[in-house]
Design a protein around this ligand. Structure first.
Ligand SMILES: Cc1cc2nc3c(=O)[nH]c(=O)nc-3n(C[C@H](O)[C@H](O)[C@H](O)COP(=O)(O)OP(=O)(O)OC[C@H]3O[C@@H](n4cnc5c(N)ncnc54)[C@H](O)[C@@H]3O)c2cc1C
Length: 382
């Protein structure tokens, strides 16, 4: 097993950190307060090539392999303090663009991927409904075939990027009789379609710069050529997409955890109480050691997935393990960083309390922690 990164990979990571620090971290406190997405920062990400990180060059992307993409995202998470912006990007790439790449026809890839890589179109995933969250495939939204189109009816909610997005992968029931494996289909839906409307914008605790909304489909006619994969393949598309989400979203969170660790070490060395740096107190230094340990374990989990993906192999169990461990470690790292910074950690201007609000979301989306434990238990034969 070779754990060495190439010089090019390390330069890429460093250049992303420098780019993020210089160009993405403007007015984050104010924008977090206002719940405001930074479209200009998004455009700068696009000029840097981030929305098409792993999309092949022939479709306008950077064509990076999965391991290189993980390192790049770690760099982004480390350098960019606007976690909401990174979340928008992760949703665009791993919940939408990658599904079009994996399941789209050549015409669909040619049509959607180049503008998505240029950042002109923002992508999202439309799965959850008011009555179906963890049990997503008990959804009620239907897609009935009518001539050369499917007619969609239903309401989807808690959708990242819904207020700002242009292209959505939408899941709906296409057969009332067939079960989960064959009864659902995925569609590429663009926001210009009549019958599709944004019916609510959610205000949320964290990731506030990543807008979230609810979409309602009212006899929305989706041309049949927008079907992603064949009819009845919705569950397969989802299973593939969720594997990318549960691993690659969390690469950037490892970067955030590293940023929190470095800031906390720095503070523990500077801040003195009773004549000593607080880092000399074992109660503080051991927290920092545990933060470091979780980061190293998180990287091992991630890089194994990067390797499996590069080899074209399944990583379903590994993705659940990584998602569970990293999301919970991220919450713990945020709590530790607050504790080490004392009252300052709790003050908005120090920008650490926001990290905790942002981190909690990771234990909910892409399957809650409870659901990850259920999946892993099932794969252990329990
Ligand atoms: C920040 C954020 C971004 C999101 N982005 C998107 C998006 O872009 N697109 C999209 O479609 N959805 C999105 N979601 C929705 C997300 O996928 C759902 O919230 C999630 O699947 C949980 O569903 P729920 O909220 O309805 O909770 P529920 O499923 O109602 O669960 C409530 C509680 O019960 C537990 N529970 C439920 N079932 C079981 C079980 N079988 N065993 C044990 N415990 C169980 C859960 O773990 C949880 O603790 C997002 C959510 C958040 C928080």
């Amino acid at each position: 097993m070779d754990f060495a990164w190439t010089r090019e990979q390390l330069i890429l990571k460093e250049s992303i950190i420098a780019f993020a620090r210089e160009q993405l971290n403007d007015r984050v406190i104010e924008r977090d307060r206002a719940g405001e997405f930074d479209r200009e920062a998004w455009d700068r990400c696009a000029a840097f090539g981030l929305p098409g990180l792993t999309i092949p060059v022939e479709y306008g992307g950077q064509g990076y392999d999965p391991l290189t993409a993980m390192l790049a995202l770690e760099g982004l998470g480390y350098g960019c303090t606007d976690n909401g912006l990174v979340f928008v990007l992760n949703n665009h790439l791993w919940s939408c663009a990658i599904s079009i790449l994996d399941f789209g026809t050549e015409a669909q890839k040619q049509r959607y991927l180049p503008p998505m890589c240029r950042g002109e179109l923002i992508g999202g995933q439309v799965l959850t409904e008011p009555e179906s969250g963890s049990a997503a495939f008990t959804m009620r939204t239907t897609a009935a075939r009518d001539g050369d189109a499917y007619v969609l009816n239903g309401t989807k909610t808690f959708l990242t990027n819904a207020p700002i997005g242009d292209v959505f992968i939408v899941y709906a029931r296409t057969d009332e009789v067939r079960g989960v494996q064959e009864g659902f289909s995925a569609f590429i839906v663009t926001r210009d379609l009549p019958g599709l409307s944004l019916t609510k914008e959610w205000e949320k605790s964290g990731l506030r710069t990543a807008p979230m909304g609810q979409l309602t489909f009212d006899n929305c006619r989706v041309p049949a050529e927008r079907l992603l994969g064949a009819e009845g393949m919705g569950y397969s598309v989802f299973q593939s997409t969720i594997e990318w989400e549960r691993s690659f979203f969390f690469a950037s969170q490892v970067g955030v955890m590293e940023r929190l660790l470095d800031r906390s070490i720095d503070y523990a060395q500077q801040r003195r109480q009773g004549g000593k740096p607080i880092g000399s107190f074992q109660a503080i230094s051991h927290k920092l050691v545990d933060m470091k340990l979780r980061i190293e374990l998180a990287k091992l989990l991630l890089y194994k997935i990067g390797w499996l993906k590069r080899e074209g192999r399944l990583a379903f169990l590994e993705a659940s393990l990584a998602k569970l461990f990293i999301s919970e470690s991220h919450v713990q790292a945020s709590l530790d960083a607050i504790q080490i910074h004392g009252a300052r950690g709790y003050m908005t201007e120090y920008e650490i309390e926001r990290e905790l609000r942002d981190a909690v979301a990771g234990t909910l989306y892409a399957g809650t922690s409870e659901i990850q434990r259920e999946i892993i238990a099932g794969l252990l034969g329990l």
